[in-house]
Design a protein around this ligand. Structure first.
Ligand code: SAH
Length: 352
């Protein structure tokens, strides 16, 4: 599929045509990654952040947020729930928190790998080579870092430098691959300034990076951020701006599946936020094969406010498990067993 065709699908509005896209994505999903839906237990370990990303509620400039960092004991409590519920993976996510030291995280990763059968995924933002390497050596299996947009100018507009250092997430993704992590990335859909051409290039980049995991979700404006306050001023010309809609998100999930048939693709919380009734199921029926039940203690849930009105902030881990099991069964799929690593992972030999 070339750039023109991808743009054609992104702009497609006719329902009967889109049915064909959903069908093809679902077929490829079935053929390449099967009927199992893998559950990744998400633990939002800290909302401290030293960055100023223009879209994210965790940004350091947002004073209307109570900051927390979970203790190692609290994290292990969540990890043990993941084991009890039969999840194959625990995903630890945070803002870019320098209070999370290399050694502290190393100890936690090591303990999880030693004491449980779980795969460990980290999503702790842009960290140094030494940190990433130490965590990999300690046993971390996967790392998630979205590149957010492949349009360099737009990227730089919404990601201020840190101490004069401009961020290069693509370089970090390549480094993670070299270290032997399974690598996940992705973008937000409908960021102000994002054009059809940009989004099509993003999807091509998923393929070119040969990502093991692809996470995408709609941009949801947060009033405590520059992009949440001044969206109107920043939009691309009307005919070019990608809308941050639920439908657009399904299209990107489906196209990601078609271009990257073996990737693990979650039906994300941001999608459930737009359509709580059936967003997750529709994502799973249009190319996705992963969901991420939240294990974060309820006391901290609301404070991990990347965007407002996030779905399921009051549900306990137990509620999330029951709800997701029911949703997966309702579309005739099974809950996956084991770690749910990428199928046919020949990425190291393919890329380097
Ligand atoms: N600090 C880590 C992880 C936390 S943010 C990191 O940067 O990787 C996780 C993801 O949430 C981001 O990559 C971004 O794509 C998404 N996100 C942040 N703000 C958002 C918003 N306002 N709407 C939708 N998604 C958002």
């Amino acid at each position: 599929m070339d750039r023109k065709e991808i743009i054609g699908w992104l702009r497609e509005e006719r329902e009967e045509k889109l049915c064909g896209l959903w069908y093809e994505a679902d077929e490829l999903r079935r053929r390449h990654v099967g009927e199992e839906v893998h559950l990744r237990g998400l633990v939002e370990i800290s909302n401290h952040c030293n960055r100023e990303c223009h879209y994210c509620g965790l940004r350091v400039g947002n004073r209307n947020i109570r900051r927390y960092r979970m203790t190692a004991e609290e994290i292990m409590g969540c990890v043990n729930e993941a084991v009890e519920y039969g999840y194959g993976t625990v995903v630890m996510q945070s803002g870019e928190d320098q209070g999370i030291s290399k050694e502290w995280m190393e100890g936690i990763v090591r303990q999880i790998r030693r004491e449980t059968p779980l795969a460990v995924t980290l999503s702790l933002g842009e960290r140094s080579e030494a940190d990433l390497d130490a965590w990999r050596q300690a046993g971390a299996n996967r790392y998630l870092l979205r590149f957010e947009t492949s349009n360099r100018a737009l990227y730089e507009q919404i990601h201020p430098t840190l101490n004069g250092r401009r961020s290069d997430r693509l370089e970090i993704l390549r480094m993670l691959t070299r270290m032997g992590y399974e690598v996940g990335s992705g973008v937000m859909i409908g960021i102000p300034g994002q054009t059809w051409e940009d989004l099509a290039a993003d999807i091509e980049l998923f393929r070119d990076l040969d990502l093991d995991m692809i996470g995408v979700g709609p941009f949801i404006p947060h009033p405590g951020t520059p992009l949440g306050r001044d969206v109107e001023k920043l939009l691309a010309p009307v005919s070019e701006q990608v809308p941050a809609t639920e439908l657009m998100t399904y299209k990107v999930i489906a196209l990601a599946r078609i271009l990257c048939p073996e990737a693990n693709i979650p039906s994300t919380t941001a999608l459930a936020t737009l359509n709580l009734a059936e967003g997750r199921e529709l994502g799973l029926s249009r190319g996705a094969n992963i969901v991420m039940p939240n294990l974060t203690p309820v006391a901290y849930r609301a404070d991990y406010e990347i965007y407002p009105a996030k779905a399921c902030i009051r549900e306990t881990a137990e509620d999330c498990r029951t709800c997701l099991n029911r949703r997966i069964a309702s579309i005739g799929r099974q809950v996956g067993k084991g770690k749910g690593s990428r199928v046919n992972n020949s990425s190291l030999t393919k890329r380097f």
